[in-house]
Design a protein around this ligand. Structure first.
Ligand code: HEM
Ligand SMILES: *[C@@H]1O[C@H](CO)[C@@H](O)[C@H](O)[C@H]1NC(C)=O
Length: 509
């Protein structure tokens, strides 16, 4: 503005033109540099300047994901290949050793561009932050996932599992139904209560505004990620779903904000009232620990910091687990011999008793754990994720320039026949300890690996065990879909296009 005031019209125009030329020149230089450096990396053809391979891509999300998985088969004998999405190069990785090169190197910790669209919702919480902020937060948050708190969460999981069983009870013996939403709402109830200490009763009341907004927001964001023309904010605001996006955002943020305020008041109240009786004490939630945590200098997190983390847990912590449980239910329902074995194990632990599951039980459910792991191998809830290469590097002898994006396709990695013979077969025994000996440590990474792996993985496995065990104790599952009918939608979270259709038979009366 100031500059414009000192210049007349034509000077402004010339300055602007020079500026634009400069920017274009810089971008072009950068583009040509990357193009040259990446020339030796195998890629698909035809690749056009600026458009890249965009003309070859399927336009909808599911087909695009299938297409990329198809390319990994085509390029199986090469350590990696490249795709140009418009002017941006992506290196696709699907072999254990190349993935290890990237994930085990603490330099490449930053998230790729596509995560930017999560920022308005999640701020820069643990999932989306980079550099020192991420390191600081990770250090602060790691203790909040300590075993002792997970034990308290077990109560919540048992309770919500019971609510789920009551709902499924109504479907039992009545023919095929889609269990996807039942499971998802259960996962949502669990994460709300453990992360925020707030019951939202999603399972009994699906019409919560907050719940609806969580779904709308995930939808809105994945749509934008797929449509590069909506990437610039002004295009998105004027021509895209900007309004819709902001409306959902407001609902999401005011909900978590009010929960945080409520909880803060509650904690101050309890602390000032030392007489408060233990019996009525509320259970702890992640939020309580965040409110109390201090760093080395004794500084507390601000409410805004806390909100970022709570929103992050809400986003990362329920869709992923819900999808994983749903895939496991399908697989159990289509492999009766596996299901019997898991039920036999449950019988050995619980007998005829209907008591809730405790931590000792969890340790004994070893076969069920193999079932969960094998399901996550075939259907990893996070089917791919991305990183930015933060300094020039070598991957299997190929030079990769700083700033390149890497996409790790877990879904393809987990189907490597060298580590998992007959990869499409569902065989939980693959994960018995004796069968894991000598397997490449990066051959199986549903929770990512290295410093930036999933902080919630023990929580997730625990939740899956509790919910699946509850279902298997009461019902026999029969899957009503064939594998080919499932058609995985590869968006942020891997989901079956038409849900999971099963019939349930009651085992007890
Ligand atoms: C089956 C369930 C789950 C799967 C498959 C899963 C998978 C993953 C993966 C692959 C990443 C790395 C993402 C990336 O690098 O872009 C990740 C990160 C993360 N996950 Fe999970 N996750 C699950 C459940 C959970 C739960 C229950 C929580 C929280 C309660 C959680 C919280 C997080 C957070 C905060 C990060 C970011 C960690 C960081 O960058 O330091 N996840 N998860
Ligand atoms: C959405 O909110 C952002 C940030 O507050 C604002 O810049 C943008 O103009 C809003 N978009 C629309 C379409 O209202």
């Amino acid at each position: 503005m100031l500059v414009a005031g000192l210049l007349n019209g034509s000077e402004v125009f010339v300055t602007l033109l020079l500026f634009l030329t400069f920017i274009t020149y810089q971008l072009l230089k950068d583009y040509v540099h990357k193009w040259r450096e990446l020339k030796p990396v195998p890629g698909i053809s035809p690749t056009y300047p600026f458009l890249g391979n965009a003309l070859n891509f399927k336009s909808n999300g599911r087909d695009f994901f299938c297409q990329v998985v198809g390319y990994t088969k085509e390029f199986w004998n090469s350590p990696l290949f490249k795709l140009w999405i418009g002017p941006v190069p992506f290196l696709i990785l699907y072999h254990a050793d190349t993935i290890e090169t990237v994930l085990s190197n603490p330099v490449h910790m930053d998230k790729a561009y596509a995560y930017k669209f999560l920022h308005p919702w999640l701020g820069t919480g643990l999932l989306t932050s980079t550099g020192d902020k991420w390191r600081h937060r990770r250090k602060l948050l790691t203790p909040t996932f300590h075993f002792s708190i997970l034990t308290e969460f077990l109560e919540v999981m048992n309770e919500q599992g019971e609510v789920l069983i009551e709902k499924l009870e109504k479907q039992a013996g009545k023919g095929p139904f889609n269990c996807f939403n039942h499971i998802t709402l259960c996962a949502l109830d669990i994460i709300c209560e453990t992360a925020m200490g707030k019951k939202i009763y999603a399972q009994s009341n699906h019409d919560s505004e907050y719940v609806r907004s969580v779904y709308r927001m995930s939808d809105i964001i994945t749509r934008r990620q797929r449509m590069p023309w909506y990437w610039p904010d002004f295009v998105y605001n004027y021509f895209g779903e900007g309004r819709e996006h902001n409306r959902s955002l407001k609902i999401l943020h005011s909900f978590t904000e009010s929960v945080i305020n409520e909880r803060t008041e509650y904690i101050t109240y309890v602390e000032s009232d030392s007489e408060s009786d233990q019996g009525t004490r509320k259970r702890r939630a992640f939020l309580d620990m965040l409110l109390k945590t201090t760093d080395e200098d004794g500084k507390k997190l601000t409410h805004k910091d806390i909100q970022e983390e709570v929103d992050t847990f809400m986003f990362e912590g329920h869709d992923t687990t819900a999808a994983a449980m749903n895939w496991a239910i399908h697989l159990l329902g289509s492999h009766p011999e596996v299901q019997k074995k898991a039920q036999q194990e449950l019988f050995e632990v619980f007998g005829e008793s209907e008591r809730p599951i405790n931590t000792e039980d969890l340790k004994k459910l070893r076969y069920l754990e193999c079932v969960i792991k094998e399901s996550l191998r075939l259907f990893p809830s996070v089917p791919f994720f991305a990183r930015t290469i933060c300094e020039d590097t070598q991957i299997s002898g190929y030079k990769v320039p700083k700033g390149a994006n890497v996409i790790i396709i877990t879904y393809a990695l987990h189907r490597d026949p060298r580590f998992f013979p007959d990869p499409e077969e569902f065989r939980p025994e693959r994960f018995l300890p004796e069968n894991c000996v000598g397997r490449h440590p990066y051959a199986y990474i549903p929770f990512s690996a290295g410093l930036r792996n999933c902080i919630g993985q023990r929580f997730a496995i625990m939740e899956e065990k509790v919910i699946l065990a509850s279902i298997l104790r009461y019902f026999n599952i029969v899957a009503c879909q064939k594998r080919e009918e499932l058609r995985p939608l590869g968006e942020l979270v891997l989901r079956p296009e038409q849900g999971i259709w099963v019939t349930l038979e009651r085992r007890k009366h």
